[in-house]
Design a protein. Structure first.
Length: 76
């Protein structure tokens, strides 16, 4: 068995995370982590998957990347 890390991509989840990050940057109404977690919970509400861990990881990674792009570009 190979030891490479397997990444799963969820484009819809990643798009929602990027959108959530942009919303937070426009109007931070909660802490960054609380807002991120709230948006993920809203996204997955009513979905009946057994394991959200891959989706949560994809969401968190896309959210963090979008925030980092904002910070890097926001200093201009």
């Amino acid at each position: 068995m190979n030891n490479l890390i397997q990444f799963k991509h969820y484009p819809t989840v990643e798009d929602a995370a990027r959108h959530a990050a942009r919303l937070w940057c426009q109007s931070p109404v909660a802490t960054l982590c609380d807002f991120r977690d709230n948006r993920f919970n809203a996204l997955t509400c009513g979905q009946f998957f057994h394991d959200f861990s891959y989706r949560k990881e994809a969401f968190n990674n896309a959210f963090a990347k979008e925030i980092s792009l904002f910070i890097a570009g926001g200093a201009k």
